[in-house]
Design a protein around this ligand. Structure first.
Ligand SMILES: [Zn+2]
Length: 422
């Protein structure tokens, strides 16, 4: 809008805001649609070629984009594609769960450049000790990437439980046995303040990771993140729905069996008591079985379940069918309410979900009023337990995509080196 009578100063502030938002637009276009020429960017973003070239040069000076391959575009002459540059900035995602802590680093171009995971009993250890373990993993990754000249844009930590992001608190982590724990503050105390730290619900972060930017089929989805508990997130039109106080997505505590088992939250018959990992482990094997041995890695135990299912073991198949049916019963409740394009089974479901899928689809079809489950597909995530940490790393990078001007320009050597040709 034309600002009649605006002072020169406010005019220049407007100009600065516009330039920042245009820098972000270029970056998000490259993230969501892949490498493209300046000509394509200018026609897609409705900017002149020279504006796009100036923006690209500035982003290259900040180490956020670089020259890619020569591309023939539908608009104008063949040109060099511009692509995101992952060599300078990365985002960190971490997770505090009942039976593990983990960390993952995603470079600015979306590639995994660091990953650590440690099995532990978070409930028995308590917050201080668990955060010590987590920070050891974080520091290993940060130190390793610093050697390559990369720096962290931020760290987002997913926790299993209700997160009050305004007060920076895990208010209610029934499966962890943690209440009103200032997880963000505990982490900041162990860092030197070199990057921002935020906390979020792990299911929300998993949903962020599964809602792949730019993929139309992944813009209206429900993500079920199965661990001991079952969390998740609702993505509508590409955006995470958080609800009034940010507590949306606590799917695991929808009551499906009012006379059922006691949940970690103290209530009776919550969905996760029949669809979470504990329910599956208890159905699939006796207490002395290796599958029930917490000293073994979870990946190994899930692989053993798959091995037995592949061999046609009746008890294993029956357990997967029972839990899959319960997953479908809950999924139907959610699909009746929200009619998503897909229900994405993430977390432990991505390891064994292919054996559960027939039962899930059967119960979904039976429980949804609309024909053909209202068009809702059941999809198995390929990210596994890494979905939450991946979503955390994406969230940590988001401020850079929103306003890249916070990343300092690189010191420019004399001459054209490092310069991006217009
Ligand atoms: Zn519950």
């Amino acid at each position: 809008m034309a600002s009649l009578g605006a002072s020169p100063q406010s005019h220049s502030v407007d100009h600065l805001d516009l330039r920042r938002s245009n820098l972000g637009l270029v970056l998000r276009s490259l993230r969501d649609h892949g490498p493209r020429s300046r000509a394509t960017l200018s026609s897609e973003l409705g900017m002149t070629r020279s504006t796009v070239s100036t923006l690209v040069s500035e982003l290259a000076e900040r180490g956020l984009v670089r020259e890619g391959k020569v591309q023939r575009s539908s608009v104008g002459r063949p040109g060099t594609a511009v692509e995101l540059d992952g060599s300078r900035v990365y985002g960190l995602g971490a997770e505090v769960n009942v039976n593990h802590v983990s960390v993952l680093a995603l470079d600015f171009a979306g590639r995994t450049v660091g990953e650590r995971r440690l099995a532990l009993d978070a409930r028995a250890m308590g917050p201080e000790v668990v955060i010590d373990h987590l920070m050891r993993l974080v520091c290993e990754v940060v130190d390793e990437l610093a050697l390559g000249g990369r720096h962290a844009a931020g760290l987002t930590v997913g926790v299993a439980g209700l997160v009050d992001r305004r007060r920076d608190l895990l208010t209610h982590g029934p499966n962890l046995g943690w209440f009103d724990v200032p997880v963000g503050e505990l982490i900041r105390r162990r860092l030197d303040g070199s990057f921002p730290v935020r906390i979020d619900n792990e299911g929300n972060l998993a949903a962020t990771a599964e809602a792949t930017p730019g993929v139309p089929d992944r813009q209206d989805i429900l993500v079920l993140f199965g661990e001991i508990g079952v969390g998740g997130g609702i993505v509508a039109d590409g955006r995470l729905l958080r609800g009034r106080r940010g507590y949306a997505g606590e799917f695991g505590h929808i009551i499906v069996q009012p006379r059922g088992r006691t949940c970690g939250c103290g209530r009776t018959g919550c969905w996760e008591t029949v669809s979470g990992l504990r329910a599956l482990l208890e159905l699939v094997a006796e207490p002395h079985d290796t599958i029930r041995n917490p000293a073994l890695g979870l990946d190994e135990r899930l692989a053993e379940i798959n091995r037995r299912a592949d061999l046609g073991d009746a008890r294993t198949l029956d357990a997967l069918d029972q839990v899959g049916t319960w997953v479908g019963v809950g999924a139907a409740i959610l699909a009746n309410a929200l009619n998503p394009a897909a229900i994405v089974l993430s977390g432990y479901y991505s390891a064994v979900g292919h054996h559960m899928r027939p039962a899930v689809e059967r119960a979904l079809g039976a429980g949804v009023l609309a024909v053909d489950s209202g068009g809702t597909r059941v999809e198995i995530s390929t990210m596994g337990f890494a979905a939450a940490v991946r979503g955390g790393a994406m969230a940590a990078l988001e401020p850079v995509f929103a306003d890249p001007s916070g990343i300092p320009r690189r010191p420019q050597p004399a001459g054209p080196a490092g310069e991006v040709m217009a």
